[in-house]
Design a binder for this molecule. Structure first.
Ligand SMILES: Cc1ncc(COP(=O)(O)O)c(C=O)c1O
Length: 426
């Protein structure tokens, strides 16, 4: 029997229960498009859950999954390893800069955050230093496990439980639209410097290269390079969360590549498997892993999951790397993203739009209110473009396989949606 609040027994995450009845149902996806139960096709301008970076139904990814399903679905990662996970770990070591050579495979971005924090905190114990303070952005989003959610100061992630270690949240010194100047970089760095200088020594600073769920905030150029220097000065580990930005989303393979830095720990998920199967990774430097080989914690990492590094998911991830290289998807992300940003910037003349910002294939349109954003997103969906909006910001992040024609269509339909919403608000 169905409950009184809904006609469905499915409890969807992060969605008010009162809004779940009669909502959109997606039944099919091909290339850069998805179809709803009524038969209507949409240009998928949100890449599934920001993870369908190679588009939907890609034959090479389906083939990689089918082949691995037949060969070996998965095996106990505590008893043995298998080729797909071994290959993926060594390919990540080749792809990532510097000493980032040691990878632990998991299922979700939140688990990657959880593992990264445990590794960082254990690292300090391993070398005999008592550090446990973690510094993050207030507008950060690092996931939804108990630890990961505590790192975020966003209103929707607020929890009633106390964090198990001190967490310091850095608020943006200016509105997102004012965060692209050299002065804003100075102001932001000054806040991180103060947090690192004040209080007990920090164990780690954990940031996203672009604040994704915090409003698609593009951070000032050079900020990460200066943050790297600060962390070095204070001996704190720098953890980069590449769950949202990694694998080409921002027009470079990783978000931190824009600043040419090497973090100490990197978390990855979403695009790693193109969204075909759940997969995440944490990669750390060889010198961090080295401290886990010594006594008394020689048992290594006391963290892991039954399906972590699932063989089929790992095989798909290896195929994703091939597809990305063969189809030049990072280059396409940079090129299509630049066209999209330039075209959508024209919307800044609309009375409803307060800012348009972006990096690679993450473009955000900030509206003057959450209601305007909802109206624009609804008009875009009506015209056949799927976007997502949160707290007044409409996010456009299509698959990296988007074509010139798709980009032109997105520009035309989203601009039309803004006009329709503006006319209704007059
Ligand atoms: C930057 C970032 N980190 C972590 C996560 C959590 O990933 P997951 O939803 O797979 O747990 C997300 C999810 O959106 C994210 O954007």
């Amino acid at each position: 029997m169905h409950s009184s609040t809904s006609t469905s027994s499915l409890w969807r995450p992060w969605t008010p229960i009162t809004q779940q009845a009669g909502s959109l149902r997606i039944v099919e996806a091909r290339g850069n498009r998805v179809r709803d139960a009524e038969g209507k096709w949409y240009l998928d301008a949100i890449s599934g859950v920001l993870n369908a970076s190679c588009g939907h139904g890609h034959p090479r990814l389906i083939e990689a999954a089918s082949r691995q399903f037949e060969q070996l679905v998965h095996y106990d990662p505590m008893v043995s390893s298998h080729d797909p996970a071994e290959t993926l770990a060594s390919r990540l070591a080749e792809l990532l800069p510097g000493e980032l050579n040691e990878t632990c495979l998991l299922n979700s971005g939140s688990e990657a955050t959880e593992a990264a924090l445990r590794i960082a905190l254990q690292y300090w114990r391993n070398i005999g230093e008592d550090r446990n303070r973690v510094i993050t952005f207030e507008a950060a989003y690092h996931g939804t496990t108990y630890l990961a959610q505590q790192l975020s100061g966003l209103p929707f992630t607020a929890s009633e439980w106390a964090p198990p270690f001190p967490i310091e949240h850095i608020a943006l010194p200016a509105a997102p639209c004012a965060m692209r100047t050299e002065e804003s970089a100075d102001a932001l760095i000054a806040l991180f410097a103060k947090a690192l200088e004040t209080g007990p020594p920090a164990a780690a600073v954990m940031v996203e290269p672009l604040l994704g769920l915090g409003g698609c905030v593009v951070l000032p150029a050079g900020f990460l390079a200066r943050l790297r220097q600060l962390c070095d000065q204070h001996g704190a580990l720098l953890i980069l969360d590449e769950v949202f930005c990694g694998f080409g989303r921002t027009g470079r393979m990783f978000g931190f590549d824009h600043d040419g830095i090497t973090p100490d720990i990197v978390t990855m998920s979403k695009g790693i498997s193109g969204g075909y199967l759940p997969l995440a990774a944490v990669t750390v430097t060889s010198s961090i892993k080295e401290t886990f080989i010594r006594e008394p914690i020689a048992q290594g990492l006391r963290y892991g999951h039954t399906t972590g590094g699932h063989a089929v998911a790992s095989n798909v991830a290896n195929a994703v790397l091939d597809v990305m290289a063969d189809e030049k998807l990072v280059e396409n992300s940079a090129a299509q993203g630049a066209t999209l940003l330039e075209g959508l910037r024209k919307l800044e003349s609309s009375p409803l739009i307060t800012d348009v910002r972006g990096l690679g294939l993450v473009v955000a349109i900030e509206a003057d209110s959450p209601e305007s954003a909802a109206d624009i997103a609804a008009a875009a969906a009506q015209a056949g473009v799927m976007t997502r909006h949160e707290r007044g910001v409409i996010r456009i992040a299509p698959p990296l396989t988007i074509t010139d024609d798709d980009t032109a269509e997105a520009l035309q339909k989203i601009s039309g949606a803004v006009d329709i919403a503006a006319a209704a608000h007059r």
